[in-house]
Design a protein around this ligand. Structure first.
Ligand SMILES: [Zn+2]
Length: 121
């Protein structure tokens, strides 16, 4: 019943993903562990996904990769409990956003081709 899940990234992030065919977890400063992020939300939800740009040159939704096997991902509310996050950390991550639409992985995740590039795998 899991819907299609995507990983969004900027031009910089897309380079390694295209090369490897995988989204690799990055150390998250608030979580203290490497995490890769995914969502079922489309590009209209930039704010709710927290994908506003840190710098003017970086569009963090420039690329979108579809997860090859959505069943392998962990729903964020479950992951947050597993990680025993404090309410303060959860509030910092989630306030004003739509965390029920987030999934994570602590392992590399295989993805399909970049939809913008139009390349096949
Ligand atoms: Zn970038």
């Amino acid at each position: 019943m899991t819907a299609v899940l995507w990983h969004y990234t900027c031009d910089h992030g897309a380079t390694g993903i295209v090369r490897d065919g995988m989204v690799k977890p990055n150390l998250h400063p608030l979580l203290g562990v490497p995490v890769a992020w995914f969502t079922d939300l489309d590009r209209a939800h930039r704010l709710e996904l927290g994908l506003t740009s840190d710098t003017l040159k970086c569009d963090r939704m420039a690329h979108r990769f579809e997860v090859a096997d959505p069943e392998s991902l962990l729903w964020w509310p479950k992951a947050a409990r597993l990680l025993r996050l404090s309410q303060a950390v959860r509030a910092e991550l989630e306030t004003g956003r739509l965390p029920a639409h987030w999934w994570v992985s602590f392992e590399p995740v295989a993805v399909l081709a970049d939809v913008r590039s139009g390349e096949s795998r």
